[in-house]
Design a binder for this molecule. Structure first.
Ligand code: FES
Length: 104
């Protein structure tokens, strides 16, 4: 399945991932500008993305830990999520996200 990721300079990339992979892992492994310092443990917020085009509503609600971390970012928006907490699935095939400045 694929996801469409816009980087911090506005360039869109079409990336391939597999069911069950973390969105953060796909973005990192394709070499885009994402720190993901904690490696997906939901403790750093440097995998922050904005989820676009109605895809946001398809995601499970964030955990309390994820919400707390998102509130600690200066560039939080209503469609902010931590990409390490978004597992790819058929339903999310074609999902479009934008890397937040704070992910770099
Ligand atoms: Fe650290 Fe997502 S990689 S919170």
């Amino acid at each position: 399945m694929k996801i469409l990721v816009t980087d911090q300079s506005g360039v869109e990339h079409e990336l391939e991932g597999l069911d069950g992979w973390r969105t953060m892992e796909v973005i990192r492994d394709w070499g885009l500008n994402i720190k993901a310092e904690c490696g997906g443990a939901c403790s750093c917020a440097t995998c922050h993305v904005y989820v676009e085009d109605g895809w946001f509503d398809k995601l499970p609600d964030p955990s309390d830990d994820e919400e707390d971390l998102l509130y600690s970012t200066l560039d939080k928006k209503p469609n902010s999520r931590l990409s390490c907490q978004i597992l790819l699935s058929e339903e999310l095939d074609g999902m479009r996200v934008t890397l937040a400045p704070s992910a770099a």
